[in-house]
Design a protein around this ligand. Sequence first.
Ligand SMILES: [Zn+2]
Length: 226
Amino acid sequence: MIASSAASTRSQRRTRSPERAASRRRLWLDFVNTDTAPSAPRGDLLRDFGTLLRWLVDARVIDTDRAGGLSRRALLQPAAATATLVDARRVRAAMRQLAERGATSTRTREDAILEINRVLGRSAGTRRLEQIEPGRYVRVFVPTGDAFAGLMIPIVESAADSLVLDELDRVHRCADPRCPRVFLDTSRNGTRRWCDMGTCGNRAKAARHRARGANRLDTASDTEVR
Ligand SMILES: [Zn+2]
């Protein structure tokens, strides 16, 4: 009982963290947001192969056993690990384009589809459905052959889901020009503007408040001049 209530507290904490709440669990948007180095205390989350693996474990794309195997393999095959990292960043850049412009640009959507199909087309393996905790399920891809292959498949499949579900017009970049985070707007009326109300939304509210105060001062000094 204790273990399960601790687990549920942990999962509540996870749900409340800005990254997860912001994207409403669209894996590909979480992945795009790994590049938001200025706003992430840990910097670019795909700095090296190790941080890529850590992110994939945190996002439950792979389990710790497989991550352990992959990091041992990376020591033996550093060039292959580096190529995997470069490829992950390439996928991320393409997915960012899709998130930011996919709703309005046909060309961007076509490019993203090519990228998605490039990733989907080059790996052979087995697909499985697994329960990670009661009520939470993940689709797992177990590659055959190259150990590094297939790591990006769940990411691009999640982007493919957004295309299939026709929800790209609900995917936006945060309205704060300093914030590059992307999010899925799940609000009823589709008017959400910020990645997170607790951070960027609040900052915007405070700025509007200050601007109103400054306007009042301007009006007062104008009156004095006249
Ligand atoms: Zn933001």
